[in-house]
Write a protein that binds this ligand. Structure first.
Ligand code: GTP
Ligand code: MG
Ligand code: ZN
Length: 377
């Protein structure tokens, strides 16, 4: 799991008293709340509340607390250390009824967290959502179906710590959905591949093993694959807007713009996401290995420990490709993603160096100003 999943040490702790609701209440009404969170929260005084981020806007979060959904800002202290609450986070709120203000002051330890490599040359990662048990990677029949993209999603999901499930949506539009499922299974390893139609509500029963009380499932995928349609179908009401895809290239219109949490009547949590335009690997090295486990398995027999499986003698992976045991496209895909990963980490190192340089420049300017002001050398 990546560094962004690290927990904060509580900075507003005090004695062992807790807020007005009991741990039992929290377990009942904050979906996903458990003993571990209860113990992390137990150090907070009664002026603090526990909650879960249901949606996140620029400066405000909507937070599910026992008995209500409330809005809260984000404390300056959290912002200064670069910790941003995301959808799915369990958080500590400072409640000030006299001023009517509520502020997120801490993020409780994340069990899992989904991030993507940030775009821009500063490197670094952007956390998308936290505390997910399962991630539905949604694709649809037609132009969206792309095995190479699915491999990338799998690597990212594996590195989040959540379990991936691939959904092939819009099977009502396919002549032979079983054939498409087979194609996907070829790259999916042990990951379940579920064909369904969100619109005509066929195949939805196969999702029930993942929709358990207190468990959190996020839907990710390109715009237009039917994530929001599926949320509406599972909830049995239209909670999310949906829109037609473009006729010419079958691309979606980025209808969903805010990441948001929905509760199923049984207490399972669904998170709808905006369609992903571009997703980078970030620090998914571990995820890459899991997504290409047959290559990692074969690599145990390579002659050299640091074999890159490109042209080394005694490479068991190249041999497996030669023998037809591993498809060539799989190895090519693995190389492409591994190259991207090392490029990303170089880029983020460079970004850090740049930041360091900027910091020194700032210090130099400040001390120059100081010298000018005081007249001291
Ligand atoms: N034929 C068919 N159309 C579907 C199905 N599921 C969704 N659609 C249609 O696909 C279009 C896009 O659906 P959305 O649910 O808005 O897609 P989305 O993934 O939420 O898209 P963004 O919010 O833009 O990321 C809509 O016109 C839906 O009616 C399906 O199972 N079959
Ligand atoms: Mg949507
Ligand atoms: Zn090798």
């Amino acid at each position: 799991m990546n560094e962004h999943c690290e927990a904060e040490s509580p900075d507003h702790s005090s004695d062992n008293s807790s807020d007005n609701s009991s741990g039992n209440d929290r377990m009942k009404v904050i979906p996903g709340w458990d003993e571990e969170l209860e113990s992390a929260f137990s150090v907070y005084q009664s002026s603090y509340l526990a909650g879960r981020v249901a949606s996140r806007h620029k400066t405000v979060c909507e937070i599910l607390i026992p008995g209500a959904v409330v809005q809260a800002g984000i404390s300056g202290a959290l912002q200064r250390i670069g910790k941003q609450p995301v959808v799915g986070d369990f958080v500590v709120l400072l409640d000030q009824p006299e001023t009517g203000s509520r502020m997120v002051v801490n993020i409780l330890p994340r069990r899992t967290c989904l991030s993507r490599g940030a775009t821009g040359d500063g490197g670094g990662e952007q956390v998308i959502a936290a505390n997910l048990d399962t991630i539905f990677i949604v694709t649809s029949v037609g132009k969206d179906l792309n095995l190479r993209r699915l491999e990338r999603y799998l690597a990212i999901v594996y590195s989040s710590g959540a379990s991936p499930v691939i959904l092939l949506n819009k099977i009502d539009l396919a002549d032979d959905p079983a054939l498409l499922v087979e194609k996907i299974r070829g790259i999916a390893g042990d990951v379940p591949v579920i064909p369904l139609s969100a619109l005509s509500k066929t195949g939805l029963d196969a999702l029930s093993p993942y929709l358990n009380p207190g468990e959190t499932v996020a839907l990710i995928g390109s715009s237009g694959v039917g994530k929001s349609t599926l949320i509406n179908s599972l909830l049995g009401e239209t909670v999310q807007k949906t829109a037609d895809i473009r006729k010419d290239d079958e691309k979606g219109r980025h209808t969903t713009t805010v990441r948001q949490m929905f509760l199923l009547p049984n207490g399972a949590v669904l998170i709808d996401n905006p369609g992903i335009r571009e997703i980078q690997l970030g620090d998914s090295a571990e995820g890459l290995e899991k997504a290409f486990s047959e290559i990692v398995d074969a690599a145990h027999n390579c002659k050299f420990k640091d074999c890159t499986h490109r042209d080394e003698p005694g490479c068991a992976v190249l041999q497996a490709v030669k023998d037809g045991l591993i498809p060539e496209e799989r190895l090519e895909s693995y190389h492409r993603l591994a190259d991207e990963l090392s490029f990303q980490s170089k880029k983020s190192e460079m970004g850090l160096k740049r930041l360091e340089k900027e910091k020194y420049r700032e210090i130099a300017v400040t001390s120059k100003k100081y010298r000018k002001f005081t007249g001291k050398p």
